[in-house]
Design a protein around this ligand. Structure first.
Ligand code: NAD
Length: 425
């Protein structure tokens, strides 16, 4: 690891959480020091700067990162995060989580992630396109169907993936690419129907599976959702479709709460029109903390990492947490909430629907096939449900938390892959 990385005891946000979880899993699985090192250290970390010129003659300067954490089970898979604070530690931690997530959900991928450090609110659409194309050209040799396959993450979306796909095919002078270089593309460019909704729908599929096992009617749940982007807005919508009530929602602009339930369709329209939750008249304006600590049964953190720490974990009222975001709980918060018997559906299980449907997009493009929405939704629900059940069964059998059970299954599969390949290069 480079000097920008940290040990498990140093402050490191998502990387610290990922390292902690991985090392604890290695101890539970009694892995040797050699194998532990082999599974924890990233295969490749790239850090560089891009300086594309924009139409007004100025240059944009952006730090960019690509981390391929592991490729034992297949090409590294993971989204591109574009925020003003993304850094190598964060990208490395997220790439590591992708390794366990792809293994757990059973798709033939390893873990990867990228970062473009730029404040997207300062970019006009043309400037963002120029930045995304510059990233694609600069990182081209690290991207490919057999190397690393990016997708959207915070700050990027299907339009950006369309530009990446075009940049690659245009550079080779062809209409299409030989295989799938990027997932989460617009459907018209070979993307798959239902990819945008997949993560949020998958979150709710795991909540439904949990309710079935815990004998709680999902329709009676009152939910709060932190983050109202790709994951949070769809998860909120899906909860409503299940008959549940969403009482509180926040995004970067603020929070809104209505004890009798928010009208999520109207809130989505409001966000489309104004750019954020702030100012929504269908509820009262509240703080970020009021949403996290709302009086409800289910909390869906679907924004950034480390939203719940030892500082606020004690004030969370929900007794079920579905981790739509990656690493929304610090290890200390996880311990506090576990002690309080809060039922936590861990990120590598809960938000794996996105990468599962990305896998369907990958196979669709490789085989030049066309998969229907009904097929996507059926396969997504089935895979999320059976994986939830496998994790829950293990957690009951081993008397361990859902997070430990999920990590044990995911990490063991990567170890099995290493052993099956043999330890020689
Ligand atoms: P997004 O950019 O579409 O949405 C992020 C949302 O979080 C926005 O509404 C933003 O305003 C809000 N937000 C940011 N800071 C906040 C804060 N402090 N308080 C409240 N809201 C805040 O991103 P996304 O794709 O929905 O991703 C959300 C999370 O889910 C990330 O952790 C991401 O890694 C994870 N995730 C995403 C996918 C996917 O398919 N998009 C898959 C797996 C995991």
């Amino acid at each position: 690891m480079t000097s920008e990385n940290t040990s498990v005891t140093a402050a490191g946000g998502i990387l610290q959480t990922a390292l902690w979880n991985a090392q604890k899993t290695a101890e539970r699985l009694k892995l040797s020091e050699d194998v532990t090192r082999r599974i924890i250290e990233p295969v490749e970390q790239i850090r560089t700067v891009i300086h594309p010129q924009v139409p007004n003659g100025e240059m944009l300067h952006a730090r960019v990162y690509v981390v391929r954490h592991n490729d034992v089970l297949g090409p590294s898979k993971g989204g591109i995060r574009m925020t003003d604070s993304v850094n190598l530690n964060e990208v490395t931690g997220l790439a590591m989580e992708m390794t366990w997530k792809t293994a757990l959900i059973g798709v033939p991928f390893g873990g990867g992630k990228s970062g473009i450090r730029y404040d997207t609110s300062k970019l006009k659409p043309t400037e963002k396109e120029i930045l995304v194309r510059a990233f694609t050209r600069g990182m081209r040799r690290h991207i490919g169907p057999e190397i690393y396959v990016p997708a959207p993450d915070m700050g990027t979306n299907e339009i950006d993936m369309g530009h990446m796909r075009d940049c690659i095919s245009y550079s080779s002078g062809t209409s299409i690419t030989a295989g799938c270089f990027v997932t989460g593309k617009p459907v018209v460019l070979g993307g798959i129907v239902g990819r945008r909704e997949a993560t949020g729908q998958g979150v709710v599929a795991t909540v439904a599976a949990a309710c079935k096992r815990l004998n709680r009617p999902i329709a009676k749940l009152r939910a709060a959702v932190q983050g109202f982007g790709n994951v949070g807005a769809v998860a909120a919508q899906s909860m409503i479709q299940q008959g549940a009530t969403v009482v509180a929602v926040s995004d970067i602009t603020g929070g809104v709460l209505h004890e009798d339930g928010l009208d999520i369709s109207m809130l989505i329209e409001h966000v489309k029109a104004t750019g954020g939750v702030k100012g929504f008249r269908g509820g009262k304006a509240v703080s970020f903390d009021d949403v996290l600590e709302a009086d409800c049964d289910l909390l869906i953190p679907a924004a950034g990492g480390s939203a719940i720490t030892d500082e606020n974990a004690g004030r969370i009222k929900a007794d079920m947490i579905a981790e739509g975001a990656n690493a929304p709980l610090t290890p200390a918060a996880d311990e506090i909430l576990n002690d309080r018997k809060v039922f936590i559906i861990p990120d590598i299980l809960c938000n794996a629907g996105g990468v599962f449907v990305s896998y369907l997009e990958y196979t669709q493009e490789t085989q030049r096939d066309q998969i229907t929405r009904a097929e996507v939704e059926k396969r997504l629900t089935e895979r999320m449900t059976t994986t939830f059940e496998d994790v829950h069964d293990r957690s009951l059998r081993m008397k361990e938390s859902m997070r430990h059970a999920a990590m044990d299954i995911g990490v063991q599969r990567v170890v099995d892959g290493i052993i099956s390949r043999g330890l020689l290069p």
